[in-house]
Design a protein around this ligand. Structure first.
Ligand code: G6P
Length: 366
């Protein structure tokens, strides 16, 4: 997981392929199988302080914010603490109410993003307690916060975030598990999450072995002028991140919508010219998600589904099958094919994959 490109055509594909190892590193030394919880030594919160937290507010920019949206759902689901995520770039400008019993979480791969740093400083000025989820050790945000979780994902060289996204979600699972087990998460649910986390690296490898099939689909996507991404619940932040990946590296326009919002406007865009990438995990929302696919197919929109089993052609023209884990952890696996779709669409269009036009790896000036 170093900074050398080796035999890889691009850093982006190198970093996508590193994810079995980077996820294992994010977990390393942090799983407590005796008490079915997570050890997070750097948080700097006493058990009492951690129990008194009434709310969690997550701040970040770009992919860091989308990972935070998954993080908010994880914290609500596992720890039953109200949680939400917001772009740090908006938060800092709206004179937010800063509450003493809210835990603020700043997410940044680089630890240098100016908007995220400004949000942290504003919070601290007003007495807010801020922890960081950061990759670069000793970076400005890592030094500024009161404690945190390092990703240990190694240098991320490609502008588009990949391994830092999945590692951030893993860090949020650990945080949610840690808080959950101090509140009312049962030991058996704690064990269920730990066992699921331990299965992730091999399952990610399994998805990566399917690269050739995903690359074929990406070539078709690259022909489109615009692509819709849809998902529900945990699939929604995954859709947002997937659309962002496609836009930034292939320059193909993409939009992400929560599946149920399609009928409130964007369904008007669906046509044979506009493919939809849909997240369709085999969870309690499967029926809802398949009816979304029928709505799209009825408008003759091509569908690429990311699912736990092959879908019938009446619902999806193409299916990318991913292994199933626990519902809380499935979004990590569902996001991997979307990274590969974006990468291979960019390669098909001969884009500057690692340094897309107009973008910087970390935005350190206003
Ligand atoms: C830039 C990058 C994105 C990244 C965002 C936040 O816009 O192009 O890939 O998600 O900054 O970066 P950070 O280092 O704070 O996670």
């Amino acid at each position: 997981v170093g900074a050398e490109i080796g035999d890889n055509a691009h850093f982006l594909i190198k970093e996508i392929n590193e994810q079995p190892r980077t996820i294992a590193r994010a977990l390393s030394g942090r799983l407590d199988e005796r008490f079915d919880t997570a050890h997070l030594g750097g948080l700097n919160l006493t058990v009492r302080e951690a129990r008194e937290i009434k709310r969690v507010k997550i701040l970040g920019c770009g992919s860091a914010c989308y990972a935070g949206e998954l993080g908010a759902q994880l914290i609500e689901d596992l720890a039953r603490v109200p949680a939400s995520a917001e772009p740090a770039s908006e938060f800092r400008y709206r004179n937010p109410v800063v509450e003493p019993d809210t835990l603020y979480v700043a997410v940044s791969q680089s630890g240098e993003t100016i908007d995220t740093l400004a949000a942290v400083q504003e919070l601290q000025r007003k007495g807010g307690r801020v922890i960081g989820i950061v990759n670069v050790v000793g970076s400005t945000i890592a030094r500024q916060v009161d404690g945190g979780i390092y990703l240990h994902a190694g240098p991320e060289m490609s502008v588009a975030a990949t391994k830092s996204f999945t590692s951030t979600v893993v860090a949020f699972v650990l945080l949610a598990l840690h808080f959950g087990r101090m509140r009312d998460l049962s030991p058996s649910d704690g064990r269920r999450i730990i066992t699921g986390l331990q299965r992730l690296p091999d399952q990610v490898s399994e998805i990566l072995q399917n690269e050739a099939h995903i690359a074929e689909i990406a070539k078709e996507l690259a022909q489109a002028s615009s692509v819709m991404y849809v998902g529900r619940r945990r699939g929604w932040p995954v859709a947002r991140e997937g659309a962002q990946k496609l836009k930034e590296v292939s320059y193909v326009h993409a939009e992400a919508y929560p599946s149920a919002e399609l009928k409130h406007g964007p369904l008007a865009l669906i046509s044979p010219e506009m493919p939809t990438v849909a997240l369709v995990p085999d969870d309690e929302l499967l029926d809802k998600n398949t009816s979304t696919l029928s709505e799209i197919k009825a408008r003759k929109g091509p569908v690429i589904a990311v699912a736990h089993r092959e879908l019938p052609t009446e619902l999806a023209d193409r299916t990318i099958v991913v292994p199933r884990n626990e519902p809380e952890l499935d979004p990590i696996l569902l996001s991997i094919p979307l990274q590969l779709l974006a990468y291979h669409a960019a390669v098909a269009l001969d884009r500057d994959v690692d340094k897309p036009r107009n973008l910087a790896k970390s935005v350190t000036v206003e």
